[in-house]
Design a protein around this ligand. Structure first.
Ligand code: KG4
Ligand code: ZN
Length: 361
C-alpha cells in the first residue's frame, strides 16, 4: 500500500510517498528556515503564505521522485494537529482537494505521534538516508523531544499508547532556541547549540537540574532562567539587564562554554527520566523522536545509560518531514476508517495525551 503523506504544521512544506509504512520511496522537504531566521523565530502568517507557494510543486515532486502517478497512490495521510493554524490549513486543504479529485481515502495524522514513526522507516532507494535495518518492537518507550513537545510515551502497539511523562513548562527544543538567542547563536538554536558545544567545556558553568513531583516529568524553564542569570553574572550586569544585549558581551570561548553547560543539563534531564521509565517498564525498544532527537550528544549519553541497543533514525528524519506522516498513515489506516474529505478539520492545539485512535477525531 502506497501512501502520500503531506505535512505543513510549522515551517516545513513536505510531501513523501511511503510503501507499507516502512519503505520510503520519496521525501521532499522545502524548509523556510532562511525566511524566518531574520526574525529569530517562525512568523505564522509568513509561514502560511510560503506553504501556499510551494505545496503543489512539493507534492508533484514527491510523486515523481517515487516514480508514481496518482493511479499508484492508495491513500493520502495529512497532518491535522497540532501546529500553527494557518500552516496546517494549507496542507489540509491541499490534501482534501486531492482526495476528492483523485477519489482517494484520506487519513488525519497527529504530528507528534508521527514523529515516532521516523523510526519505522527501514528502507529507501535513496541511499543517502542511513536507515535502521529493522523496526522497533513493542512495548516501545518513546522520548519525544521537539520545539513544542517533551514527553515520554509508552507504546503497547500501534495506536495503543500512554503518556507517562511530560514537560511542566517549556519544551526542550524551545529552551535550546531561547538559550541560543541569549548567548547569540543563530536560529534554529538546537543545531547551533549542538555545534558550539563541541568546542565548549560542559562543566564550565554550574547550572541546576529541576526536581519534579511527577516521576517521569520534565522542566526546562528553570534551566533557561538559570542560564540567563549565569550569563548576566559572567558579563558583570544585574538581573534587570536586557537579555537581548548580553550576546555582544560574550566572547566565543564563553559562548561555547555556555552552550556546552546548558546542553549537558538539558540532556541529563531527558536521559535521567528515560532511564527511570526504562527500569520501571522494561520496554523491548527505546526510540527518540522530534527535532531534538537529532542531537548527537543526546544519542551518545542515552546509549551509554540504557542497556539496550538503540537504532536511531537518521538525523534528517528527526525534524519535520512527511515520510513520518505517511508511515503512521499506513498503520492508522489498518485500524481506522478514512475521514470524510468534505468534513475534515485541523486541530491546532490537540496534544498527545492518550490513545487517539478509536476515539472520534
Ligand atoms: O520536530 P521539529 O522539527 O519541529 C517541531 O515539531 O517542533 O523540532 C524543532 C526543534 C527546534 O527547537 C530545534 O532547535 C530543535 O528541534 N533541534 C535540535 C537539533 N536539531 C533541531 N535541538 C538540539 N540539537 C539538534 N541537533
Ligand atoms: Zn515536529
Amino acid at each position: 500500500m502506497k501512501i502520500l503523506g503531506i505535512e505543513t504544521s510549522c515551517d516545513e512544506t513536505a510531501a513523501a510517498v511511503v510503501q507499507d509504512g516502512r519503505k520510503m520511496l520519496s521525501n521532499v522537504i522545502v524548509s523556510q528556515i532562511d525566511i524566518h531566521a531574520v526574525y529569530g523565530g517562525v512568523v505564522p502568517e509568513v509561514a502560511a503564505r510560503s506553504h501556499i507557494e510551494v505545496i503543489n510543486p512539493v507534492i508533484n515532486q514527491a510523486l515523481s521522485d517515487a516514480n508514481c502517478t496518482w493511479d499508484d497512490i492508495d491513500a493520502i495521510a495529512v497532518t491535522y494537529a497540532p501546529g500553527l493554524i494557518g500552516s496546517l490549513l494549507i496542507g489540509m486543504l491541499a490534501a482534501r482537494t486531492l482526495a476528492v479529485l483523485h477519489n482517494k481515502p484520506i487519513y488525519p495524522i497527529h504530528h507528534v505521534e508521527a514523529h515516532v514513526y521516523a523510526n519505522f522507516l527501514t528502507s529507501s532507494p535513496n541511499t543517502t538516508y542511513k536507515l535502521p535495518p529493522t523496526q522497533p518492537s513493542f512495548p516501545m518507550l518513546a522520548l519525544i523531544v521537539s520545539g513544542g513537545h517533551s514527553q515520554l510515551v509508552l507504546f503497547q502497539d500501534h495506536g495503543n499508547y500512554e503518556l507517562i511523562g511530560q514537560t511542566c513548562d517549556d519544551a526542550v527544543g524551545e529552551a535550546f532556541d531561547k538559550v541560543a538567542k541569549i548567548i547569540g547563536l543563530p536560529y534554529p538554536g538546537g543545531p547551533s547549540i549542538g555545534k558550539a558545544a563541541l568546542d565548549g567545556d560542559p562543566l564550565a558553568y554550574k547550572l541546576p537540574k529541576a526536581k519534579l513531583a511527577g516521576k517521569y516529568d520534565f522542566s526546562f524553564s528553570g534551566l533557561k532562567t538559570a542560564t540567563l542569570r549565569a550569563v548576566q553574572r559572567e558579563v558583570g550586569v544585574d538581573f534587570t539587564f536586557p537579555s537581548t544585549q548580553l550576546a555582544e558581551r560574550l566572547d566565543d570561548r564563553k559562548r561555547n562554554d555556555f552552550a556546552a553547560s546548558f546542553q549537558r543539563i538539558a540532556i541529563e534531564t531527558l536521559v535521567d527520566q528515560t532511564e527511570k521509565a526504562f527500569n520501571d517498564f522494561h520496554p523491548k525498544s527505546v526510540v527518540i523522536a522530534g527535532g531534538v532527537a537529532a542531537n548527537a550528544e543526546l544519542r551518545r549519553i542515552l546509549s551509554d545509560r540504557i542497556p539496550l541497543h538503540i537504532d536511531y533514525a537518521p538525523m534528517n528524519l528527526c525534524t519535520d518531514n512527511a515520510a513520518m506522516i505517511a508511515s503512521l498513515g499506513f498503520y492508522f489506516s489498518q485500524k481506522n476508517e478514512p475521514a470524510d474529505p468534505f468534513e475534515l478539520e485541523v486541530e491546532p492545539s490537540i496534544s498527545m495525551t492518550k490513545t487517539a485512535w478509536g476515539s472520534p477525531l
